[in-house]
Design a protein around this ligand. Sequence first.
Ligand code: ATP
Ligand code: MG
Length: 400
Amino acid sequence: MDKEGEGRVILASYGEVMLKGLNRPFFERKMLEGVRRAVAPFGPAVVSKSQGKLVVRPSGEGFDYARAVAAMRKVFGLAYVCDVRETAADMGVICGLAARLAGGGDPGMRTFKVEARRGDKGFHLNSMEICAAVGESILRNVGGVTVDLEKPSFVIHVEVRDGRAYVYRDREAGARGLPYATGGKAVSLLSGGIDSPVASWMMARRGVEIEAAYFHSYPYTTDRVKEKVASLVAALTEYTGEMRLHVVGFTKTQELIREVAKPTFVTLMMRGSMMRIASDIADRVGAKALVTGESMGQVASQTMEGLAATDRVVGKPVFRPLIGMDKNETIDLARAIGTYETSIIPYDDCCTLFSARHPELRPRPIEVDLIRSRLEGAGIGALEAEAAEGREEIMVRPGR
Ligand code: ATP
Ligand code: MG
């Protein structure tokens, strides 16, 4: 707090957590943890909840508000994040502060409106009167701005409660969703492509804790691909905090499939093996579901019959959040969440290297089972178990 008794805090409002009943404290606790982790690099601060909002109050000098707000916008569960001046509930002080905020910012933004909320029914002005007084004061003291109630280029917010006033310019949209790691754990099959990072993000945003599994086919795919996948995981950790990446050596399994299976079934059998190994890893880490970036009809293995065939090999739910999305929608989301630029770096995809030009589009279960039993006879089960057992685990942290 400075000499005018003015402080600066970050206030965030809850999204869906607001709707939670008896177990709301559990969700709130996870959200507080997420915010503490997100703001920690930007200086010491106390994170607490107050009247259904989350408050970040810096406890020392040099706190980087702008970057802390940006980091908080990636914490799942928050609807809005606001950089707020806290001051005495005095109209003179409030108007001076509002004019200062209205005069700062982008010079191109010339239209505004004021929104006020009176939490203190004892305050001498109601919210309409606060708006009118603050608006007039801004018009009088800041040159070249006009009021636009329909489409203002910025909004000055004033809240009066508990004998204090909170004044801020604009509120930033949060990531919404549910707090991370409140909805069980899943293993997400993460390739170096565009789709699977988006699928992982979507499930993480629904509160599902994610462990990533990447299938590496050394020497067909190089360590550069592994690095690329680790960078994608790092982008996800900005939302989730640290995340484990399991790197699975897939070469021997793949080579056996290529040797034994009909070429048109190779992709499908490989996908089945990936699912089995991922399911094995899930059992070892206490995960109860798998996640993939598959989308209906996108490629040959993503037909209804193909998806059904891979579903049959795992005894757990397989979440495919992109199933009904168009590719351009997935790309837009990849851009928005910050994975796209890494995803489009060229890489060797182990599956395309091994797959037939015209894979089976409508695999019949009986034929898939027959090929699988031939693979079993050739020892694929042992190779899959060995792949899961021998995996490399990398703990990826934000800011990598
Ligand atoms: P992506 O953009 O995620 O690579 P895609 O559209 O290229 O997806 P496919 O290559 O058919 O689709 O893969 C389908 C899904 O299988 C992927 O979204 C991913 O979940 C999983 N997958 C494919 N290859 C790998 C791999 N090498 N390691 C881990 N998961 C993989
Ligand atoms: Mg791919």
